[in-house]
Design a protein around this ligand. Structure first.
Ligand SMILES: Cc1cn([C@H]2C[C@H](O)[C@@H](COP(=O)(O)OP(=O)(O)OP(=O)(O)O)O2)c(=O)[nH]c1=O
Length: 198
């Protein structure tokens, strides 16, 4: 079986991949995440997921065949990408925009080996209840919004803002597990599956 490298510094992605029983090593994959002019959010996350996988391949030193998995998550409101907040004002402004309405979370995954690269984009819809400015300011102080797209974490304190979710919970957290398992299967990397347990 090929060894798998996860090209990510995200602790969430490591936890999620561990959750489905895939052995892997994490490598860093720092790339420029600036959107290209007129690039759609879907094309943006897919390009970044592929770019992270390629950057990861560049740092792996191995004589054995291996695969690299990269991923990227963006919060999208009315077609506009909300990245990670740069400061408190930015984070509060994002939460105010998301307050009381529905937004999309797009997560792309890309897997490559020495011959090919396959990718997927998973779209989920998240509905927030109304959020006050005081709540947004207090949430910033918790430290949670800093390293997260859209300035919130559904898996943490930010869950109190989430009135509804349609789509993939794991994709919102950073790695769509159903699609990741399927894509890894195309590269001969098995995850936990019911038939393996029999
Ligand atoms: C919306 C949302 C995002 N996030 C996180 C997932 C990603 O880690 C981050 C989006 O930024 P990304 O650029 O996708 O990922 P990253 O910089 O954290 O990690 P890397 O590029 O090294 O893989 O936001 C949550 O943890 N919870 C959420 O509810």
């Amino acid at each position: 079986m090929k060894r798998l490298y996860l090209a990510s510094g995200s602790p969430r992605r490591r936890e999620l991949l561990t959750q489905i029983g895939v052995p892997f090593c994490a490598v860093s994959a720092d790339i420029d995440e600036t959107p290209v002019v007129q690039e759609s959010p879907s094309a943006y996350v897919e390009r970044l997921a592929r770019g992270k996988a390629e950057a990861g391949r560049g740092v792996v030193v191995s004589d054995e065949p291996f695969c690299v998995l990269g991923a990227d998550t963006a919060v999208v409101l009315e077609g506009k990408i909300l990245g990670k907040p740069v400061d408190q004002a930015d984070a509060c402004a994002m939460l105010m925009m998301l307050s009381g309405c529905e937004h999309e979370v797009l997560t792309a995954i890309a897997v490559l080996d020495g011959e090919r690269c396959e990718s997927r984009v998973v779209t989920s819809r998240v509905r927030f209840r109304a959020i006050s400015r005081d709540e947004a300011a207090a949430y910033w102080v918790s430290g949670e919004p800093r390293d997260k797209a859209g300035g919130y974490g559904i898996q943490g304190l930010g869950a109190v803002f989430v009135a509804g979710l349609s789509g993939s919970y794991s994709a919102v957290v950073g790695l769509p597990l159903c699609e990741t398992a399927e894509l890894l299967g195309h590269f001969g990397i098995p995850c936990w599956q019911p038939r393996n347990a029999l």
